[in-house]
Design a protein around this ligand. Structure first.
Ligand SMILES: O=C(O)CCC(=O)C(=O)O
Length: 277
């Protein structure tokens, strides 16, 4: 048993759970290195195009993309998936005690969901300000009765000033709300403010190794990063209650099930998982 009775109760009544030290720090470090390789590629590209001169090779991972690419970073996107796909991401989904906690929440074998995002949030960058939404707003109505827990994992310490997550406690009981495309730069889906109950608004500062779990119907957002020259790096990954609908974002092979932890089904090997993208 990884979770206490109180934690299970909180998940059920509030639709979120902050798990302290859910992902071992060596795995967090592997993810940081993986993203640093993507930053390397971006900076090489900008250098080749003569848009920058100094590649900032000695700068730490937390600062380099912002300090070197600056305004050019936007064209490389606000959430990366294919760019970082590989063994490190597979291993992160298997990390303990995170995976065990997911099994306790879903009450089934641990099954992976195809949607994950690597998210650099640069200081004062509008592109990465994510408005209020439920993840099922993206996955479609068929996912509204499914359980698709997200684990949001920061790669630097986060707080209210550098774009940590906020969520609305208990909002997973509101059903799927109407989402529309925002007209700000990020063009994210958003739920209008009238649905947000300020009395239940939770701001979630986190440390390295922590994971914030939330339900696919829990309203959440990330605000603008207003302090420091440290990039708010994070990754969000998802799981699925065995047998539930993934929603409208499927594997290429729609019959594929990504088994992460099971006593009765074969666990999907890395090579098979990679072949499904
Ligand atoms: O990382 C962020 O800024 C937003 C994350 C988010 O909205 C999500 O994981 O669904």
């Amino acid at each position: 048993m990884t979770l206490s009775t109180e934690q299970i109760h909180q998940w059920e009544t509030e639709g979120y759970l902050l798990l302290k030290q859910a992902v071992p720090l060596p795995i967090i470090e592997d993810v940081r290195q993986l993203f640093a390789q993507m930053v390397d590629r971006i900076i090489s590209q900008l250098r080749t195009e003569d848009l920058i001169q100094d590649e900032g090779v000695d700068l730490p991972f937390e600062q380099r993309l912002y300090a070197v690419a600056g305004e050019h970073a936007n064209r490389f996107g606000r959430s990366w998936r294919q760019q970082v796909l590989g063994e490190v991401i597979y291993d992160l989904h298997h990390a303990e005690p995170l995976a065990s906690a997911i099994g306790e929440i879903t009450g089934t074998d641990v099954i992976g969901h195809p949607v994950f995002n690597a998210r650099p949030k640069l200081p004062n960058q509008q592109l990465t300000v994510v408005p209020w939404h439920q993840d099922s707003g993206y996955f479609g109505a068929e996912s509204a009765t499914a359980l698709i827990p997200t684990a949001w994992i920061p790669l630097v310490p986060v707080d209210a000033t550098n774009g940590c997550l906020q969520l609305v406690s208990g909002s997973h009981k509101m059903g799927l709300l109407h989402h529309q495309t925002e007209d700000r730069e990020g063009q994210f889906l958003e739920v209008m403010d009238q649905h947000i109950d300020d009395d239940n608004l939770i701001t979630c500062p986190m440390e390295l190794g922590d994971a914030l779990l939330f339900h696919n119907l829990t309203l959440h957002r990330s605000t603008v990063h207003t302090t420091s020259n440290i990039i708010r790096w994070a990754i969000d990954i998802r799981y699925l209650r065995d047998g539930d609908e993934e929603g409208s974002i499927y594997w290429k092979d729609t019959d594929f099930k990504w088994v992460i932890r099971s006593q009765t089904q074969p666990v999907t090997p890395l090579e098979e998982w990679l072949s499904k993208w």
